[in-house]
Design a protein around this ligand. Structure first.
Ligand code: 13P
Ligand code: ZN
Length: 274
């Protein structure tokens, strides 16, 4: 099968374009990766032309020999749908999880996203925590969440609670809450370590003054998670713009009642009295 005809590749391309249409990917902003299933690798293997091995910049031993579909560094999300073979690539990891090589794509040269260490370290954590179910890691420059990182304290419990309060569906969609990484230099191992540490507990990590990372089982769930968090942030920005105080809101007891009916566990650490 031609690699571009594969359903998982089409799903990846559609998600990238959906993110572009949301306005989350100015210029080359954001990146996306998908841990490819073994049967999907087999179905497109005839297209592979392996290039040289390169260091990942960190070590992900639990991901040894895995394949990933990933956006290219400096590539624009708006171009993924019209020239995917130039914008994205498929990579293979070596038997130690320390090096990668491009096996398809980036036909005009280039390398995988500069955030590859963060993507792979998040994949490793989420794969282990979910028993292999999580396969998608998505980084987007979500406008409203970024705006909030200038006015809210950079604390997990504050971001979680404020985002939960803005839309009743939020605690059901991200019951574990969201983590916050303080401002750090992007693209390296340090921010990857800090983010993957938070991903042990959460499916969402906010990068102060930069954007967000989301993890999920498939393209729909991961895009939906990013979309839900950012929509909630948009409501909060609108609310704060009208007046800084809420006249009424969803109370801690309301959340507890919701948790019973929707059969989710909402940690008490987020249900503090203000
Ligand atoms: P890349 O173009 O290398 O993926 O970087 C974009 C980005 O958002 C960095 O955080
Ligand atoms: Zn970024």
């Amino acid at each position: 099968m031609k690699l571009l005809d594969a359903e998982f590749v089409q799903g990846f391309i559609r998600m990238a374009n959906d993110g572009w249409e949301q306005g989350w990917h100015e210029r080359n902003g954001g990146n996306l990766s998908y841990r490819v299933k073994p049967e999907e690798v087999t179905s497109v293997k005839e297209n592979f032309e392996p290039k040289d091995w390169q260091p990942i910049g960190t070590s992900v031993p639990k991901l040894a020999n895995e394949y990933f579909l990933v956006t290219g560094s400096g590539k624009y999300f708006r171009n993924v749908i019209i020239k995917p073979e130039d914008s994205i690539c498929m990579i293979e990891l070596d038997e130690k999880g320390e090096n990668y090589r491009i096996v398809w794509g980036l036909v005009n040269g280039g390398r995988p996203t500069s955030e590859l260490p963060s993507h792979l370290m998040n994949h490793e954590v989420k794969m282990l925590a979910s028993g292999g179910a999580h396969r998608v890691i998505y980084h987007a420059h979500t406008t409203n969440v970024i705006a909030l990182t200038f006015v809210l304290p950079l604390e997990d419990k504050v971001f979680t609670r404020e985002l939960w309060e803005m839309a009743t569906e939020c605690p059901v969609v991200f019951p574990d809450g969201v983590g916050v990484v303080p401002w750090m230099v992007p693209g390296g191992r340090d921010i990857a370590v800090a983010t993957s540490e938070l991903m042990k507990k959460y499916d969402v990590a906010i990068w102060a003054h930069h954007g967000m990372f989301a993890s999920g089982e498939d393209f729909d769930l991961t895009f939906g998670l990013m979309h839900t968090v950012e929509k909630s942030a948009e409501i909060l920005v609108k609310m704060l713009s009208m007046q800084p105080q809420k006249r009424q809101t969803i109370s801690p007891q309301n959340f507890r009642d919701l948790a019973v009916d929707f059969k989710v566990n909402l940690p008490e650490e987020f249900l503090y009295e203000k």
